[in-house]
Design a protein around this ligand. Structure first.
Ligand SMILES: Cc1ncc(C[n+]2csc(CCOP(=O)(O)OP(=O)(O)O)c2C)c(N)n1
Ligand SMILES: [Mg+2]
Length: 892
C-alpha cells in the first residue's frame, strides 16, 4: 500500500492554496490580459457574494505605486540638468525666507513645504504646464499658497523676477515693490491667477473651474484644446470641508481636464496629518469613491528592485502595517533605525536589505521625490480620459533641511538655518557657493548663457511660455442701450412686485440682448423657484454635460425642468460654496481665459457672506467681476423663516471687502440704474470690481424714477420724497430696501400728527458713502493748507436742517457708519438681534423699525436738539401705541 503523505499543518495548506490561486491568475493574466483578469475577478466577487462569502469592503489598493514599473512612461530631457535647476530653485526659495527673516525678525515665510514639493513642481514646469502661448489655452494652475517661495525662485531663474523682488519677499511696501507672501492676484496682477492660501478654497475653486471650462466649451466659447486645470493641495489641507466637498461633482461630470496633486508629506503645521493611520490610503478611498482616477506615487525607483523581489508580499504587508507616524520617524532617524524597526520586523525582510548600507537605506527615495515616478504619474494623468485624476505623492516635509527640519514636527515654522545647516544644504544640493559665502545666503542665478538657464527657457518656450502669468486679453463688450431699462424707470404703479422680481425681470431682458445675453451666467444653489426664476429653466436651459436623459415629470407644462448640454443656468444644487466657486470661475474668465462672462449669482442672503465669506473675500483678491444677489434679504422682510434665515447683517460683512460695491435698493428703477452702471464699469470700462445687491420678497408698487436721482442712486443717497413745507419742525429719514416704505409712512404720521416736515431719502449704499467720506477726510487732513474738499454726503446734506434718522432692515451699524458726516448726528434704527418667525408688521414693531417707531425716534431726536419737550415724546409713544416697557430685541 502506498503511504499517504503526512497531513500538513493548516498554515502550510493555506500557503499552497493561495499559491495555486495566484498561479491560475498569473496564467489568465499572461494568456488573456488584464481585462480578462478584471472580468474574472468581478465574476468571482459576485459568485462569492451570492453564496454567502462576506467580502470586506475596501476602496483601497495596496500601499504601492499605482503604475507598475513596466508601464511607467519614461521621462525625457536631461536628467542631470533638471536636478541642478531644481537644486537652485530650492536654494533660492530657502534663501528668500532666511534672508527676509534675518532682515525682519518674524516676517515669516515657509521653507519646508516647497522643500517637500520641489520635484512635484519642477517636473510639471519642465514637462507639463502649458503656458499661455501654447496651442489652445494655457493650463490653469492653482499653486499651494505657502509653496510660493519656490514659485518665485523659479520665476527668478527664468529671469522674470530679479534679486530686488526676492530680497523684498513679504516686504511689498518696500520702495520698488516686493513679493506678496502668498498668491494674491490683487497684489501681483501680472503674476498670480489664483489666491490659494486660505486652505480648501483652491481645491473647490479648481473643480468648479474645470467644470466651468466644460460649460464654456458646451456653449461655444472655448473652442481650442481644453486647458488642464492643475491644483496642488496639502495633505493637511484635505481635511477642509471645501477641499473634499465637491469631489463627487468632478467624478460625476467626468472632469478629465482636472488634475490634483496632493503633496502627502504626512505633516501639517503642528504635527502628523494621520500619525496613527495612512493619509494616502484614506484619501485614495475617498477619491475612488467619488469617481476619480487615483494615481499613488508612494515609493521611489530605489524600492523597485526590493518590491520585485518581494515574492510572498512580506514587504508590501510591512509597508501597509507601518503607520504615517512610523514613516515620519524613519525620515528623521538614521538608516540603522529603519533597518531595525521597519525591515527588522521579519528576518526575511531584513535579509532583503542586507546588500544595502544604512546610508543607502536612509536615502531610499519616496515617490514624490523621484522625478521618474512623478513624470510617469503626470503623463498618465494628462492622458487619462473619463475621470478627474488625483496624484497622491508621498514626500518628506522639509526634505533636504536635515536636522534643521526634515520630517520634524517644527519644520512648518522653520524660517532660519544656522551656518552648519546652511552648509549642509548647500553641499547636499551642490550649490556653487563657498563656505564663507553661504553664511550670507545670497541668491544664486547662473548666467543667461549657462546651460541651466538656457534649458529652463527652452523648456518653457517649448511649452508655450511662463506659468503663472495673469494677462487680461478679453475685449470690452457692447452693452445694452437705454431701451432695456426704461420699463423699470417707469415703475409699476398698476401692480405690486418685489425687488427680487424686478431683478429677475431685468435679467430676463438682458438675457435677450444680442451681445451680452449669451455671456450671462445665472447661478443658483437650488432656490430658483423661491426667487421666481423657474421660467428661466425652459427659456435658457440648465447646463448638464449629459443633456437630459430622462423625460421630466413636468414635460407637459410650459416651463418644464429643462436640462441641456448647452444650457445656460448653473443650477448648483445645495452648495453655496460650489455656486460661489462657479461665480469666481465665470467672473475671472476675462483674465484667465480671455473671455468676458457675466455671472449673476442669486442666493439666500443669509447664506452668503456668513456662510462662505472666505470665498467672497477670495473673489475680491482674484479680481472677480459680476453681481452677487442676496435675495430674501432683511431680518423683518423675510418674515416666516426665523433665526437662521433672516439676514440683518450681510451688509456689515460685505462692507469689509474693498472692491465690492454694495447696494440695498428699495425700488426697481434703482436696481436698473445700479446694474446698468455696473455693466458699464465692469464690461465697458474694464474695471475689476464686483457688486452685491440685496433683494427682497415684499411686493409693493414700484414708483416711477424721479428726475436727477441717478448720481445719488449710484453714490448711495438721494432725496426721494421731500416733505410738504410749512410745519414747525424739520427732519430727514433715510430709508433702505422695503423699510423705505416705513419711512414714507412715518413721514405721513409726523406731518399729520406731530407738525414735523420729514424729507424721505433713499439710502442705497452706506458703504460707498462712507468710503468716499473717508477718502475726502483723509485728503483734507493731509492737505491742511489746500482748499478743503467735501464728500458727496457732506455736499448733499450741507444745506439741510433738522434731525436725521435712518432705518433699514439691517443692523444699526450699517447706517451708523456714516454718522460722523451727518449734520447734528444720526439716530439709527435697525434689526440688531436674532430673527424670529412672525408677520412683517409684528417683526417691524419688535425690532422698532416700523413707521411708528421711526416717528418716535424722530421726535426723540428733535427733543435731544431742544426743539421739543420730553413730554411730547412721551405723548407720542402712547399715542402711537408703542409699549415703552417691551423688552429690547438686541440680545434676546
Ligand atoms: C483656512 C486656513 N486655516 C489655517 C491656515 C494656516 N496654515 C497654513 S499652512 C498650514 C499647514 C498646512 O499643512 P498641509 O496642507 O499638509 O501643507 P504642507 O505645508 O504640509 O504641504 C496651516 C494650518 C490657512 N492657511 N488656512
Ligand atoms: Mg502636509
Amino acid at each position: 500500500m502506498r503511504q499517504q503523505p503526512a497531513p500538513k499543518d493548516p498554515s502550510e495548506l493555506d500557503a499552497i492554496e493561495t499559491r495555486e490561486w495566484l498561479d491560475s491568475l498569473d496564467y489568465v493574466l499572461q494568456a488573456g490580459g488584464p481585462v480578462k483578469v478584471a472580468r474574472l475577478l468581478r465574476a468571482l466577487t459576485i459568485h462569492a457574494r451570492q453564496n454567502g462569502g462576506k467580502l470586506p469592503f475596501t476602496a483601497n489598493t495596496p500601499y504601492i505605486n499605482t503604475i507598475p514599473v513596466d508601464e511607467e512612461a519614461q521621462i525625457p530631457g536631461d536628467f542631470d540638468i533638471e536636478r541642478r535647476i531644481k537644486s537652485l530653485v530650492r536654494w533660492n526659495a530657502l534663501a528668500m525666507v532666511v534672508r527676509a527673516n534675518k532682515a525682519e525678525e518674524g516676517i515669516g515665510g515657509h521653507i519646508s513645504t516647497y522643500a517637500s514639493a520641489a520635484t512635484l513642481y519642477e517636473v510639471a514646469f519642465n514637462h507639463f504646464f502649458r503656458g499661455p502661448d501654447a496651442n489652445g489655452d494655457g493650463d490653469i494652475v492653482f499653486f499651494q499658497g505657502h509653496a510660493a517661495p519656490g514659485i518665485y525662485a523659479r520665476a527668478y531663474l527664468e529671469g522674470r523676477l530679479d534679486e530686488r523682488h526676492l530680497e523684498n519677499f513679504r516686504r511689498e511696501l518696500s520702495p520698488g515693490g516686493g513679493l506678496s507672501s502668498y498668491p494674491h492676484p490683487y497684489l501681483m496682477p501680472d503674476f498670480w491667477q489664483f489666491p490659494s492660501v486660505s486652505m480648501g478654497l483652491a481645491p473647490i475653486m479648481s473643480i468648479y473651474q474645470a467644470r466651468f471650462n466644460r460649460y464654456l466649451e458646451s456653449r461655444g466659447f472655448l473652442t481650442a484644446e481644453q486647458p488642464k486645470v492643475w491644483c496642488f493641495v496639502g495633505d493637511g489641507e484635505m481635511d477642509e470641508p471645501e477641499a473634499q466637498g465637491a469631489l463627487s461633482l468632478a467624478g460625476r461630470e467626468n472632469l478629465d481636464n482636472l488634475i490634483w496633486v496632493v503633496n502627502c508629506n504626512l505633516q501639517r503645521l503642528d504635527g502628523p496629518v494621520r500619525g496613527n493611520g495612512k493619509i494616502i490610503q484614506e484619501l485614495e478611498s475617498i477619491f475612488r469613491g467619488a469617481g476619480w482616477n487615483v494615481i499613488k506615487v508612494v515609493w521611489g525607483s530605489d524600492w523597485d528592485p526590493l518590491l520585485a523581489a518581494d515574492e510572498n508580499g512580506l514587504l508590501v504587508k510591512r509597508m501597509e502595517e507601518a503607520v504615517d507616524g512610523d514613516y515620519q520617524k524613519y525620515s528623521v532617524e538614521p538608516g540603522s533605525y529603519t533597518r531595525k524597526h521597519f525591515f527588522g520586523k521579519d528576518p526575511a525582510l531584513l535579509e532583503m536589505v542586507n546588500h544595502l548600507t544604512d546610508d543607502q537605506i536612509r536615502k531610499l527615495l519616496r515617490g514624490g521625490h523621484d522625478p521618474k515616478k512623478v513624470y510617469a504619474a503626470y503623463r498618465a494623468a494628462v492622458t487619462h480620459r473619463g475621470h478627474p485624476t488625483v496624484v497622491l505623492a508621498k514626500t518628506v516635509k522639509g526634505y533636504g533641511l536635515g536636522e534643521a527640519g526634515e520630517g520634524r514636527n517644527i519644520t512648518h515654522q522653520q524660517k532660519k538655518l544656522n551656518e552648519r545647516e546652511l552648509r549642509e544644504f548647500r553641499t547636499r544640493f551642490d550649490i556653487p557657493l563657498a563656505d564663507e559665502e553661504v553664511v550670507e545666503t545670497p541668491f544664486y542665478r547662473p548666467p543667461l548663457d549657462s546651460p541651466e538657464t538656457q534649458y529652463v527657457l527652452e523648456r518653457r518656450k517649448e511649452l508655450g511660455g511662463f506659468v503663472p502669468e495673469r494677462k487680461v486679453t478679453a475685449s470690452q463688450l457692447a452693452l445694452p442701450d437705454q431701451s432695456h431699462y426704461t420699463e423699470f424707470f417707469k415703475g409699476s404703479t398698476q401692480h405690486a412686485m418685489s425687488t427680487t422680481s424686478a431683478m429677475v425681470r431685468l435679467l430676463t431682458k438682458l438675457l435677450r440682448h444680442e451681445e451680452i445675453g449669451k455671456r450671462i451666467v445665472p447661478i443658483i444653489p437650488d432656490e430658483a423657484r423661491t426667487f421666481g426664476m423657474d421660467a428661466l429653466f425652459r427659456q435658457i436651459g440648465i447646463y448638464s454635460p449629459k443633456g437630459q436623459l430622462y423625460e421630466p415629470v413636468d414635460r407637459e407644462t410650459l416651463l418644464y425642468y429643462h436640462e441641456a448640454k448647452d444650457g445656460q443656468i448653473l443650477e448648483e444644487g445645495i452648495t453655496e460654496a460650489g455656486a460661489m466657486s462657479s461665480f469666481i470661475a465665470a467672473g475671472t474668465a476675462y483674465a484667465n481665459l480671455g473671455i468676458q462672462m457675466i455671472p449673476f449669482y442669486f442666493y439666500y442672503s443669509m447664506f452668503g457672506f456668513q456662510r462662505i465669506g472666505d470665498l467672497m473675500w477670495a473673489a475680491g483678491d482674484i479680481k472677480c467681476k459680476g453681481f452677487l444677489l442676496g435675495a430674501t434679504a432683511g431680518r423683518t422682510t423675510l418674515n416666516g423663516e426665523g433665526l437662521q434665515h433672516q439676514d440683518g447683517h450681510s451688509h456689515i460683512l460685505a462692507s469689509a471687502i474693498p472692491t465690492l460695491l454694495t447696494y440695498d435698493p428699495a425700488f426697481a428703477y434703482e436696481i436698473a440704474v445700479i446694474v446698468r452702471d455696473g455693466l458699464r464699469r465692469l464690461y465697458g470700462d474694464g474695471e475689476e470690481l464686483f457688486y452685491y445687491l440685496t433683494l427682497y420678497n415684499e411686493n409693493y408698487e414700484m414708483p416711477e424714477m424721479p428726475s436727477n436721482v441717478e448720481e445719488g442712486i449710484l453714490k448711495g443717497l438721494y432725496k426721494f420724497k421731500p416733505a410738504d413745507k410749512g410745519k414747525t419742525h424739520k427732519a430727514h429719514i433715510l430709508g433702505s430696501g422695503p423699510l423705505l416704505r416705513e419711512a414714507l409712512r412715518a413721514q405721513q404720521i409726523l406731518a399729520e400728527q406731530f407738525d414735523v416736515s420729514a424729507d424721505v431719502w433713499s439710502a442705497t449704499s452706506y458703504k460707498l458713502l462712507r468710503g468716499d467720506a473717508l477718502n475726502v477726510k483723509r485728503w483734507n487732513m493731509l492737505h491742511p493748507l489746500a482748499a478743503q474738499k467735501k464728500s458727496y454726503l457732506e455736499a448733499v446734506l450741507q444745506n439741510e436742517e433738522g434731525v436725521f434718522v435712518a432705518v433699514s432692515d439691517y443692523m444699526k451699524m450699517v447706517p451708523d457708519q456714516v454718522a460722523p458726516w451727518i449734520p447734528g448726528g444720526l439716530m439709527s434704527l435697525g434689526t440688531d438681534g436674532f430673527g424670529r418667525s412672525d408677520t412683517r408688521p409684528t417683526l417691524r414693531r419688535f425690532f422698532e423699525v416700523d413707521a411708528e417707531s421711526i416717528a418716535v425716534a424722530t421726535l426723540y431726536a428733535l427733543y435731544q436738539k431742544g426743539a421739543l419737550p420730553a413730554q411730547a415724546v412721551d405723548a407720542a409713544i402712547r399715542k402711537l401705541g408703542i409699549d415703552p416697557e417691551k423688552s429690547s430685541p438686541f440680545y434676546l
